[in-house]
Design a protein around this ligand. Structure first.
Ligand SMILES: CCCCCCCCCCC/C=C/C(=O)SCCNC(=O)CCNC(=O)[C@H](O)C(C)(C)COP(=O)(O)OP(=O)(O)OC[C@H]1O[C@@H](n2cnc3c(N)ncnc32)[C@H](O)[C@@H]1OP(=O)(O)O
Length: 303
């Protein structure tokens, strides 16, 4: 409810896809300049910026929340607002999600939202995580993840909700659902999303061992669809997008729905219980202790 209220308030306050350039009001301007301005629009919030090209119907969402694009409540709220606005804009048919930060796509859920927080805060946070997943996994747009850095846990989940994943081929980057390494457990809908992509057995091993894969390994198991050099990432994403957009929209959307609806329905039917499970699990002393140890390890590794 809090997320929905925040969404309503923020939507009302902020103009999203900004209006076409007002340059034509200032005397004579080149027609192509006006056209370009009308065809592109930009929206920026503190953690997300969106470039929308009306001539292609494709928006690029840049995650820009230093240091690691962790998925905090604020980040998720902004993310969902941006997504909802794009979804409502009938001229937007495709979305590419990428990171503006070097080396990191997204570090996954913000651990500080789960550590030392009240049950109420944990519950609100979890609802926002659910909302992000639901919106992305059932989006009518073609969604492409352009993964230009590490993408553990919630970052991997975000990528998995997209229709197509392209990752930069840098062995320093990794991707996977590594929750067990933090002493926590990926919920059933994280598991379902991964199993729908790479199959049951690979998911079983990957989750149990908290596996993080290099781009080449991720390609091998089908966790990502393509790996490319950094400089080719966006052009490859645009090419993939064009291929998906060439399919008649209703046929593509119905197919997506047919493939994903059972997973979405399972989650939505258990949504409340899932929040309760999360809150009671994450606030346990033993789990809080595991998160503390993991946070300390992250800090030590840095030192
Ligand atoms: C019975 C069943 C019931 C089930 C109920 C549900 C159970 C709970 C389910 C919860 C699911 C959780 C999903 C998640 O996504 S958990 C998050 C997992 N993420 C990680 O493990 C990633 C950790 N981070 C890293 O590995 C690296 O930071 C990274 C490779 C991403 C980048 O490395 P880099 O060297 O560039 O950056 P630093 O490590 O130095 O990090 C910079 C600072 O950022 C802080 N940081 C990093 N990641 C996070 C994060 N996820 N949340 C919060 N903060 C993070 C890091 O500590 C550094 O901070 P300081 O600058 O203050 O030191």
């Amino acid at each position: 409810m809090a997320l929905r209220a925040a969404l309503r308030t923020k939507c009302a306050l902020s103009g999203f896809l900004s209006q076409p350039s007002s340059s034509s009001r200032h005397g004579r301007v080149c027609a192509s300049t006006v056209l370009a301005a009308q065809q592109r629009s930009n929206s920026t919030s503190s953690k997300i910026s969106v470039d929308f090209d009306q001539s292609t119907g494709v928006a690029v969402m840049h995650m820009k929340s230093p240091p690691v694009n962790s998925l905090s409540l604020d980040f998720l709220t902004e993310f969902c607002i941006s997504l909802e606005k794009l979804e409502m804009d009938k001229s937007c048919r495709g979305l590419i999600i990428t990171s503006s930060l070097p080396k990191v796509f997204s570090a996954g859920l913000d651990i500080l939202e789960m550590y030392g927080k009240s049950p109420e805060s944990c519950g609100e946070f979890w609802k926002a995580v659910q909302e992000m997943w639901l919106k992305l996994y059932s989006s009518n747009m073609v969604t492409v993840a352009a993964i230009n850095g590490s993408s553990p846990a919630g970052g991997c989940l975000m990528s998995l909700t997209c229709d197509y994943r392209i990752m930069v081929d840098n062995p320093r980057y990794s991707i996977g659902l590594n929750e067990t390494q933090l002493g926590i457990v990926a919920p059933f809908w994280f598991k379902d999303t991964m199993a729908n992509t790479v199959g049951h057995r690979i998911t079983e091993m990957a989750l149990a061992l908290g596996m993080l894969y290099s781009p080449a390994e991720a390609l091998k198991i089908g966790l990502v669809d393509q790996i490319v050099p950094e400089e080719k990432l966006m052009s490859t994403a645009e090419q993939a997008m064009a291929k998906w957009l060439a399919i008649p929209a209703h046929a593509r959307q119905l197919t997506k729905s047919m493939m994903r609806k059972p997973t979405v329905d399972r989650m939505t039917s258990k949504r409340e219980a899932d929040v309760q499970n999360f809150v009671s699990f994450i606030t346990k002393d033993a789990i809080q202790n595991s998160l503390r140890v993991y946070l300390e390890m992250l800090k030590k590794r840095k030192a």
